[in-house]
Design a binder for this molecule. Structure first.
Ligand code: NAD
Length: 331
């Protein structure tokens, strides 16, 4: 049987990526929606054949506890709202997928993990790239030392943020700027390829070129990690202009993805030639991978769990602290 999933928050990612992906999934189907906008509810019910009984707003959401059609709740709200809705979903006895970044504080992450444990439900983060073949190959090349011991990595993710009024530019809702939004992919990238945790971080904020638009959050920032075995990494994240790259240099060669984090197709190259892997729908692979494990009663893979999401939030907080203090911060 296919599990039933309910999407909470019908914004850009839910509408343009998750709902279309759910038309391709084998182990999960779009069964319900949670939205504060009645017009969106009508539109989605008609388009995806969703019964009225499976439509909730933010007030009625907790009644989902009584809905046998819904096995999994997928929280696709602004970052500051993740914690509340993950905890409410857990209390309703539903497995939860939560978008990245998991939350805007480490304490929220811990509360989310605790709530899911207490309710005996599983918690997954929206780390779609863990199921993506080019990314998996980068992990293999790094962890199996195919080009010898790793020396240094360069991992950056940024784009030009448009609308000056969007929640992504408000610290209270986003938790920070591009670091919270896409810098997290660069952090994931270097952790995935090395299979190691950064020991310390130094970081710098670039001068703001549009101080009005970026009055609340950073516009561009840089950071550097030190890993065990002398491995280092350097990264940029930005809302001013685009960058999207994951590069690793090792004793006997190099390997990279560029683009590395978008919805695909991703493109990979090594010092020995191109990386040739199938192009997949990231969101379909991610939701199917999670739901297959849930159906089989398995523990979800460690690298997409709440603990993994919390580790990234911890690293992000240390990186902000490093940029604010100008000091090297131990992680
Ligand atoms: P969005 O702005 O397009 O959608 C946000 C949704 O939340 C909207 O439907 C909005 O109506 C709703 N919402 C409810 N209460 C709100 C409030 N108080 N203020 C603002 N919006 C409110 O954002 P999005 O791009 O869909 O991002 C949603 C989440 O998904 C974020 O956490 C983001 O980081 C994540 N995301 C992940 C990926 C990925 O590739 N994994 C891609 C895009 C977004």
């Amino acid at each position: 049987r296919k599990l039933g999933i309910a999407l909470v928050g019908l914004g850009g990612y839910a509408k343009n990526q998750l709902a279309p992906a759910l038309q391709q999934t084998q182990h999960v189907r779009l069964a319900g929606i949670v939205t504060g906008t009645p017009a969106k509810a009508e539109e989605w019910m008609a388009k995806y054949n969703i019964p009225k009984a499976n439509v909730y707003d933010y007030k009625t959401f907790d009644r989902i506890i009584d809905n046998k059609d819904i096995d999994v709740v997928y929280v696709v709200l602004p970052n500051s709202m993740h914690a509340e809705y993950v905890i409410r979903a857990a209390k309703a006895g539903k497995h939860v997928i939560c978008e990245k970044p998991m939350a805007i504080t480490v304490k929220d992450c811990q509360d989310m993990i605790d709530a899911c444990k207490k309710a005996n439900v599983q918690l997954a983060i929206g780390y779609r790239l863990h199921y993506e073949p080019f990314t998996q190959e980068m992990m293999r090349l790094g962890r199996e030392k195919v080009f010898g011991n790793l020396k240094f990595l360069e991992a950056s993710d940024g784009f030009k943020a448009g609308d000056p009024n969007q929640w992504r530019l408000k610290k209270a809702m986003a938790g920070g700027g591009p670091m919270m939004d896409v810098g997290i992919y660069a952090i994931q990238g270097v952790r995935l390829v090395t299979g190691l945790e950064p020991l310390s971080v130094t970081a710098q904020f670039a001068p703001k070129t549009d101080p009005q638009k970026f009055k609340d959050v950073e516009e561009t920032m840089y950071w550097q990690f030190e890993f065990p075995n002398g491995i280092t990494s350097t990264s940029t994240t930005s809302y001013a202009a685009g960058v999207e790259r994951l590069y690793a240099s090792a004793e006997n060669g190099w390997f990279e993805l560029r683009p590395a984090y978008g919805y695909g197709p991703l493109k990979g190259m090594t010092s020995k030639g191109p990386i040739d892997k199938p192009v997949v729908n990231h969101q379909a692979m991610h939701m199917d991978g999670i739901c297959k494990d849930l159906i089989d009663g398995k523990q979800l893979p460690k690298h997409i769990t709440g603990e993994e999401g919390m580790q990234d939030v911890k690293i992000i907080q240390a990186t902000y602290q490093a940029a604010e203090t100008g000091r090297k911060i131990k992680i």
